[in-house]
Design a protein around this ligand. Structure first.
Ligand SMILES: Cc1ncc(COP(=O)(O)O)c(C=O)c1O
Length: 351
């Protein structure tokens, strides 16, 4: 067999990404931080109303971009539509990172930051959260003094559930005027903390939002990248012309408008989290405080057996030991009160 033509060296150096497990339908999915009840009915109705003509023509972004921007409270010119956060990350990295550029991350965090940075051939400087999941602000500020091209942070962070306060984010932005600072706000609906209004003020700030989590549209792949009015045109220049399909757009528009659905789901998750936290305390299972719709716990040496037993009962949790280099860490997505009670009862029976 003849050899293949060459591919990028950065791709050859990458470890193969392990995609999510299949076979999750019908289970109590507490493993991917998705919405555990589904999306707003209004979003689903918008999908059902799609016409043959709408399917036949290329998506028209202008009107929907204006409506989404209004919903998020930013000027339309500062919003770019993307196929989920993943696509926003790829776009950000493709636009600003060159082979050899320095990219700073704080791990454990969402795996796609490393994925896209490595793919682009970046030089990575990886800092770590502390043993109690503290954000290493002094090391971050020292790293920013090296003027990296890009610093990426999830707020709240996955899988730690921690939130970096606004005052710290302000210090980061003030310390790094020559670094693109990307704040991934995939879980900000749950924390109610956001730097989105700051995209008017800081030219180097990028913010991503997604419809995959609180809004329940992970299957449709839609999200947004927000940038300063001077920066946004550069990212638009690097973007493919039709990154988001029409069904995703119409569903996202309705999902954002259905404030009641979102409010009620957020309330259910808040109560679910109280039930989970109390249940874990009763069982004396170590847990870390979380600002998101998931809780990181330490099942210790029993983790594997517990995960296996729960899976047999149709309850899926996410093993996170690879993030911490030791057994025991598991991430639990918070569902509704009823879903959480089911999990807590199952844990009580197993523990
Ligand atoms: C921090 C963070 N950002 C982004 C995503 C993925 O978002 P999307 O579905 O919009 O690509 C996840 C999903 O787990 C996440 O944890």
């Amino acid at each position: 067999m003849s050899a293949l033509p060459p591919v990028r060296r950065s791709v050859l150096r990458m470890a193969a990404y392990q995609p999510p497990l299949g076979n999750r339908r019908g289970a109590l999915r507490l493993d991917f931080n998705e919405n555990t009840v589904g999306c707003s009915r209004r979003a689903l109705d918008a999908l059902r109303r799609l016409t043959q003509e709408e399917a036949a023509v290329y998506p028209e972004y202008e009107r929907i971009q204006q409506r989404l921007a209004r919903g998020f409270g930013v000027p339309a010119g500062q919003l770019l539509l993307t196929a989920g956060t993943d696509d926003a990350l790829r776009l950000a990295v493709d636009t600003v990172v060159e082979p050899g550029s320095l990219v700073v991350l704080v791990e454990p965090t969402f795996a796609m930051y490393r994925f896209y940075a490595e793919r682009a051939g970046a030089r990575l400087l990886v800092l770590r959260y502390g043993a109690q999941m503290q954000f290493p602000e002094p090391s971050v500020l020292r790293a920013l003094a090296q003027r990296p091209r890009l610093f990426v942070l999830a707020n709240p962070n996955n899988p730690t559930g921690t939130l970096v306060p606004l005052a710290v984010l302000r210090r980061i932005l003030q310390a790094a005027p020559r670094t693109w600072v990307l704040v991934d706000e995939a879980y900000s609906e749950f924390s109610d903390v956001t730097v989105l209004p700051w995209v008017r003020r800081y030219p180097q700030l990028l913010v991503t939002r997604t419809f995959s989590k609180a809004f329940g549209l992970a299957g449709l792949r839609v999200g947004c990248l927000f940038a300063h009015r001077r920066a946004a045109p550069l990212f638009r220049r690097a973007q493919s012309p039709y990154p988001v399909a029409t069904p995703a757009l119409v569903a996202a528009e309705q999902a954002l408008r259905d404030r009641r659905f979102l409010r009620e789901y957020l309330r259910a998750v808040r109560t679910g989290k109280q039930i989970l936290v109390a249940g874990l305390e009763r069982l004396r299972i170590p847990q870390f405080p979380s600002a998101a719709n998931f809780v990181l716990v330490d099942f210790g040496r029993r983790a594997e057996a517990v995960l296996r037993a729960l899976r047999r009962q149709g309850i899926l949790l996410r093993d996170r030991r690879s993030d911490f280099g030791r057994v025991g860490y598991v991430r639990i997505t918070v569902g509704t009160p009823a879903q959480t009670r089911r999990l807590v009862r199952a844990l009580e029976a197993l523990w």
